[in-house]
Ligand binder design. Structure first.
Ligand code: ZN
Ligand code: ZN
Length: 430
């Protein structure tokens, strides 16, 4: 029994001291696997030499691994998959596997060369027996993984929260594991996170308080829970929700996995608007997809928001500004950021253009307070997860404050790890 133990180890390549960019390697006597291989969230702000190094490192980590397990389709978890050798086996939930195809349609395809296998329940890869557990996160189809090898059990939480619609799923997580790799994005932020229902109610309140304005809401098209909250708020306040072709495609794809998610194919108050610049690029690249969206969706009457602003809420992104410039130039607009506040501070050309457009008519166009809730567990929720799982040892991940885990979990063993340091799996508390 004991003889094999020195051959089992884990290495956190990245993620022990930062939010996002996760990559963890598990090594057993005859095999090794990777969990996630994400792009660091600050990648765009890095110098070119550092960006090159990020790709080179990923290539090395991804080389010769027997499989990759992907927890969800956010870029900070799979954004470096293009560095994996051809035909590398990737396991992900069927929802994640479906949604990953989107990147290839609307942007660069990072996964086309990979052998992506949907994981239903449990798979075995040489020394590893791996089971997926669905969790709630701001990515549809997110999961945690339990890795069992050579008598040891490691639970990797992935990104997780309890305040979303499916927060209760954490109660299905396995218990008494040897190691719990636990995300801690919100560690040190003492605020309780509100629910998506609270978010919906805040939208309703704002929509009703500004009955003469059209609304632009900047949210991620891939945050399905948010689009649904927004849709429900629109139904409640008798407005149409207008989405761009990308958001429509994502929503309709998810609707095929879960018919409770509204789709532009059968919800008459869910309309599609077609920004020229975005659509001509999509038409050139994927005419078939463009046609499919147009054929199956109700198109907005372009002149109606100007005439009846109170009937409209738009899902917005800065790169879609040309539509609003053209059709809502003299319309009263209220703008809400419904995503992580720091995105507003980024310095991208599209965002700069949008900020200038907003500021050009301060009476007509006003930014209201942000309406958002995190995709990550708050501190009380992290405690609930740990109380349920009862791990022998907690390993901080996806956090800028690993040192705070000891304070938050005083009766547990916490193993603070440094990126790239191999950790032999020894008996933690017998
Ligand atoms: Zn993440
Ligand atoms: Zn995530």
């Amino acid at each position: 029994m004991k003889s094999n133990q020195n051959n089992i180890k884990f290495i956190i390549h990245r993620g022990s001291h930062q939010i996002g960019g996760n990559c963890v390697e598990l090594v057993a006597p005859n095999s090794r696997i990777l969990i996630d291989c994400g792009l660091p969230l600050d990648y765009d702000e890095q110098d070119p030499e550092i960006q090159v190094k990020i790709h080179e490192d990923a290539k090395e980590w991804l080389n010769h691994c027997d499989a990759i397990f992907l927890s969800h389709y956010h870029a900070d978890h799979y954004g470096l998959f293009n560095e994996a050798p051809k035909d590398t086996r990737v396991y992900a939930t069927k929802e994640t596997a479906e949604l990953m195809k989107i990147s290839g349609i609307f942007g660069e395809d990072l996964t086309e060369h990979l052998d992506i296998q949907p994981i239903e329940d449990t798979v075995t890869v040489k020394d590893f027996r791996v089971t997926k557990f669905d969790v709630d996160h701001s990515a549809f189809g997110a999961c945690a993984f339990l890795f069992e090898m050579c008598g040891k059990r490691i639970l990797y939480s992935g990104d997780i929260r309890l305040h979303g619609k499916k927060g209760v799923l954490y109660k299905n997580l396995p218990q008494n594991v040897d190691y719990l790799f636990l995300e801690g994005t919100n560690l040190g932020r003492g605020v309780r996170q509100k629910s998506e229902d609270d978010v919906r109610d805040e939208f309703i309140q704002q929509f009703n308080s500004h009955p003469d304005s059209a609304f632009l809401v900047w949210c991620s098209a891939q945050n399905i829970d948010r689009t649904v909250a927004l849709y429900r708020a629109c139904v409640n306040s008798k407005r149409n929700l207008c989405i761009d072709p990308y958001t429509a495609y994502v929503l309709n794809l998810v609707n095929q996995c879960n018919d409770k998610i509204p789709s532009t194919k059968n919800h008459s108050n869910l309309l599609v608007y077609y920004p020229n610049r975005f659509c001509s690029r999509l038409k050139d690249k994927r005419g078939d997809i463009h046609k499919e969206i147009v054929a199956n969706s109700t198109k907005i009457q372009n002149d109606d928001p100007q005439k009846n602003p109170s009937k409209y809420v738009f899902v917005f992104r800065p790169n879609l500004l040309d539509f609003f410039r053209k059709h809502l130039a003299s319309t009263s607009i209220r703008f809400i950021v419904s995503m992580w506040a720091q995105y507003w501070d980024k310095d991208t050309p599209d965002l700069k253009r949008f900020k200038n457009w907003l500021a050009a008519e301060p009476e007509l166009r006003k930014r209201l307070p942000d309406i958002h809730t995190s995709g990550h567990a708050d501190m009380a929720s992290l405690q609930k997860i740990v109380e349920h799982v009862q791990p022998k040892c907690i390993v901080p991940m996806h956090t800028e404050m690993p040192e705070k885990y000891k304070t938050l979990f005083p009766s547990y063993t916490v193993l603070n790890v440094i990126d790239e340091t191999p950790i032999e799996l020894i008996n933690t508390k017998e």
